[in-house]
Design a protein around this ligand. Sequence first.
Ligand SMILES: O=C(O)CCC(=O)C(=O)O
Length: 270
Amino acid sequence: MTHLGLLDEPLSLDNHVRQSFDDEGFVKIKGVLDQDVIRALEPEITEKVIELNTIHLPMEQRSTYDKAFLQVGQLRFQSAAARAFVFSKRLARVAAELLGVRGVRLYSDQALYKEGGGGITPWHADQYYWPFASDRACTVWIPLQETPLEIGPLSFAVGSHRFSFGRDLGISDESESALQGAVEAQNFEVVEEPYEVGEVSYHLGWTFHRASPNRTSIPRRVMTVIYMDVDMVVAEPSNTSQANDLRFEMPGAVPGAVPDTPYNPELYAR
Ligand SMILES: O=C(O)CCC(=O)C(=O)O
């Protein structure tokens, strides 16, 4: 295993970064990780995504969801490189500080690879999938290469985390058109910007986000980690996706209690 560089070092956030996350529902932060560490960890994650991917249809025969990305969850059980991101105290501490909580526990991790020629990621809010009693949960999106506009960086609707419309929609053609309509009607600013290597973003579970198609032949390789408040209480699932997530991401957890399971370790606490 390569040295982990900044992944092991604390990063203390300026108040304005916290404020901006609160106000806007997401934040992009440059220089969080070392470029050489990302470049050293990327090949193993890519190899695992290729090995574990289950989508083999040609692009034109796939659903909108399957055109968006190859999605491999719980890579931490398969790859030391994935574990380096998942168990990074630096990334977890930033999540806790942004959420304004005393600590965070793991909800899940996923690699999200938008292949060359891959389609849009439709507008959606992640918490549709999560059976949580509060909104104190977020995702860190970690690009494993330079991410210019043409390969589909994540984009965000500024302030949409405070807007309750569309929370009953999973990722689909319907979420794309309904939330695009809402973004326009509400005049939400959309931030779609490239990412440098070492830059990451954090977004709240209720923030609307989307990605443009990958118009190149280079895969857009991304690792993500999903954090929840260390004191999060599980809610009664409100749809089938949440019921599935409860079984898959928090096995043994029950509504009304903190999901203190082996799948959901504390990653950082003050
Ligand atoms: O990577 C993408 O295109 C979508 C990512 C996403 O929806 C997420 O990380 O919550």
